[in-house]
Design a protein around this ligand. Structure first.
Ligand code: LAN
Length: 686
């Protein structure tokens, strides 16, 4: 259970009105908020964009999440890292806290006892350099010239073109390379002068910046540099003296800026995530402080800010509205509560309808390295609009489920041709492996691209995982390309099977072939112990739920399928004494199942395991484990109907955890609802 000094401790507060409204709340913020504060400080807009209340709540958040050793983690439950501590320290100072404040002094002591901020990982170095409290020479290069590389061609150089990177990696390194390429730095102030002294053990001028390029605190190092990176960065570092200010650099900066503007306009200045949001905003300001673009960025800062019981945070996205809504709809309908909650479903239906993306991004998609989006669903809002394979699939499933209900109660169904567009997107996303990645296909190098006028987006090629050798982030694993995932693949398979039932005549042969390849892919990545590794939530219970759902959609159950039996025995082997399941975030990090500490299971893991067992049909063989699990969920429900917020559930890039505040309600309702109809009332199939 979370226990925090909340806003109510200091009397009534205007932000309290939004405290109980969880929908779409999804948070991860250390780096994100620090980036925002550094950007606002640099652009001189701190006091116009943030009110006194914003600042108070941001500070409350920071104080609530300081670890006992004085440091801050990469996420709310993590051990202290230089990244978390360095950036939180700077955040507190920008928010007006003095260096002698207890929290600042403790954080500074942590930084000093770990060698000082020369050991902060690369993204931290970048932000400190922007603020003018770290030297640009101490950064491994991020040359914007990478945008001028050929995307294709016989030289093979195209395989490192950013257009092939996972979109989040691409969209962060894009403005970083712009800012780095012109050394965009805050004007010197009293605060920056003080920080130069506070952040380091040795006097600022005596730091060996060249050495610190490759220094990273042990606590932060999730993905250590391979030697090839040292060689690459050394060479590029040497080239910088010729590139800086050169004509080539100017051309590269101009090219990067066109991509920044494209992303801004196309997301209505929300941008794909909180990191590129603030970086793009800063880039626009550097280009022209009076620009329309910079002005348009400002109102969309608030899309990322969220106040909760622990204070104000900058979310990992502009919310998880669509994602949460589609799951909530499926949970309510599966629980047989459609009539009772028709008003709620009607509103959700409206939101889902209004959030479907109706067009592709403008211009020649290949020029902007974009995938088609007409018919897709995003993770949050239509304004954001980046299409995602599983959000599209969950959107489609929710729309299909709602179309089964009385339109007088839940509103008119979304027209079939819009659902056909979504199917088109889902099919286009499938990779040659048979699996599905997140926002785009896994892009790899192909000689023949563009010759036909078509483009790599439809060309599904073998993955280029070896690009990971140039992953420079140190803190994040597997970020370079868009990989196939069990969750995404399963969501697409279950959406296509649900769609086929309702519209059997539409693109049937293609859908059947796609499903077959998809199911083979899912089987191929099941682990020896019967589980699937979950990539976007913690962890094996999540992955295994998706694995079981995909096979169930293909008609496989414990009665007929060895894969399903193995998955169930994996899960049953992890069931705990109280009947539930509970996984630690270490499962994601270490890629082995790690039980949660303490006797109480986690309601979200318990729900996923129940959903997996029921999808596989295990309850027909032996319902007892499900009875015990249902009891565990019921016992944990609070008097208000809410379930307790337990340990963090979401994750990305193996190492970074992220809160999904609605999971604690959506999944228990879903699991208990299905349990009632399948196990207690014994309805056949599901
Ligand atoms: C998300 C959130 C949603 C998530 C699912 C749809 C659940 C998943 O199935 C596919 C991947 C996706 C879209 C996803 C990717 C990575 C995101 C965008 C995030 C975890 C939310 C925040 C994170 C993003 C990378 C955070 C910004 C930070 C950087 C390090 C750039």
């Amino acid at each position: 259970m979370w226990k925090f000094r909340s806003a109510s401790d200091s009397g009534k507060h205007p932000f309290l009105t939004s405290l109980n409204d969880n929908i779409g709340r999804q948070t991860w913020e250390y780096d994100a908020k620090a980036g925002l504060l550094i950007t606002l400080y640099t652009t001189g807009t701190l006091d116009t964009v943030l009110s006194k209340h914003h600042k108070t709540e941001m500070l409350r958040y920071l104080r609530n999440h300081q670890n006992e050793d004085g440091g801050f983690g990469l996420h709310t439950e993590g051990h202290s890292t230089m990244f978390g501590t360095g950036l939180s320290y700077v955040s507190m100072r920008i928010l007006g806290v003095g260096p002698d404040d207890e929290a600042c002094a403790a954080a500074r002591a942590w930084i000093h006892s770990h060698g000082g901020s020369v050991f902060i990982p690369s993204w931290g170095k970048f932000w400190l350099a922007v603020l003018g409290v770290y030297a640009w020479e101490g950064l491994n290069p991020m040359p914007p010239e990478m945008w001028l590389l050929p995307y294709t061609g016989w030289t093979g150089i195209g395989w490192v073109h950013p257009g092939r990177f996972w979109c989040h990696c691409r969209m962060v390194y894009l403005p970083m390379s712009y800012i780095y390429g012109r050394r965009g730095t805050c004007r010197p102030t009293a605060l920056t002068a003080a920080l130069r002294e506070e952040l380091y053990v040795a006097p600022y001028e005596t730091n060996d910046w060249d050495k610190s390029r490759n220094q990273c605190a042990e606590e932060d190092l999730y993905y250590p540099h391979p030697l090839i990176q040292d060689i690459l960065w050394f060479t590029l570092h040497r080239c910088e003296r010729f590139l800086l200010g050169s004509r080539l650099r100017k051309k590269a900066l101009a090219e990067a800026m066109t991509h920044i503007h494209y992303e801004d306009v196309n997301t209505r200045y929300v941008d794909i995530g909180p990191v590129n949001k603030t970086l793009n905003m800063l880039s626009c300001w550097l280009e022209d402080p009076n620009s329309e673009a910079f002005k348009r960025h400002i109102p969309r800062v608030y899309d990322f800010l969220w106040v909760a019981e622990d204070g104000m945070k900058m979310q990992g996205y502009n919310g998880s509205q669509l994602w949460d809504t589609t799951f909530a709809v499926q949970a309510v309908i599966s629980a047989g509560l459609g009539d009772e909650f028709s008003e709620c479903l009607r509103k959700a239906h409206h939101y889902i309808e209004k959030t479907q993306v109706l067009d592709d991004a403008p211009g020649l998609l290949s020029k902007w390295y974009r995938h088609i989006s007409k018919g897709a669903w995003p993770f949050s809002t239509r304004d954001h609009g980046w299409p995602i394979a599983d959000c599209s699939s969950e959107g489609l499933k929710a729309a299909l489920a709602l179309a089964q209900l009385d339109p007088k109660l839940v509103g008119e169904p979304i027209p079939a041709d819009r659902l056909f567009d979504c199917v088109n997107v889902i099919l286009s996303y499938q990779n040659r492996s048979g699996g599905w990645a997140t926002y785009e296909n896994t892009r790899s190098f192909a000689f023949l691209e563009n010759r036909t006028g078509g483009w790599a987006m439809y060309e599904n090629t073998r993955s280029f995982a070896f690009l990971e050798v140039i992953n420079p982030s140190e803190t994040f694993g597997e970020i370079m390309i868009d990989y196939d995932y069990v969750e995404l693949s399963s969501a697409c398979i279950t959406a296509l099977t649900a769609f086929r039932k309702r519209h059997p005549g539409h693109r049937n042969p293609e859908i059947v072939a796609s499903l077959q390849r998809g199911a083979n892919y899912i089987r191929s990545i099941q682990r020896g112990d019967g589980s699937w590794y979950g990539n976007w939530a913690i962890c094996f219970t999540y992955g295994t739920w998706f694995g079981c759902e995909a096979l169930a959609a293909m008609g496989e159950t414990v009665e007929t399928s060895d894969a399903q039996r193995r998955a169930c025995s994996f899960l049953l082997g992890k069931q705990r004494a109280d009947g539930g399941w509970g996984e630690s975030y270490l499962s994601s990090q270490d890629k082995v199942y790690v039980q949660l500490e303490g006797a109480t299971s986690h309601v979200v893991n318990t729900s996923w395991a129940m959903l997996a067992l029921m999808a596989a049909g295990h309850h027909r063989k032996d319902p007892k484990p499900l009875h015990a699990a249902a009891r565990c969920l019921i016992q944990q429900q609070l008097g208000t109907g809410d379930w307790p917020q337990q340990t963090i559930s979401g994750v990305f890039n193996r190492n970074c955890m992220i809160t999904y505040a609605n999971y604690r309600n959506i999944f228990p309702i879903w699991a208990l609802g299905l349990y009632r109809s399948l196990v207690l009332e014994g309805q056949a199939g599901h």
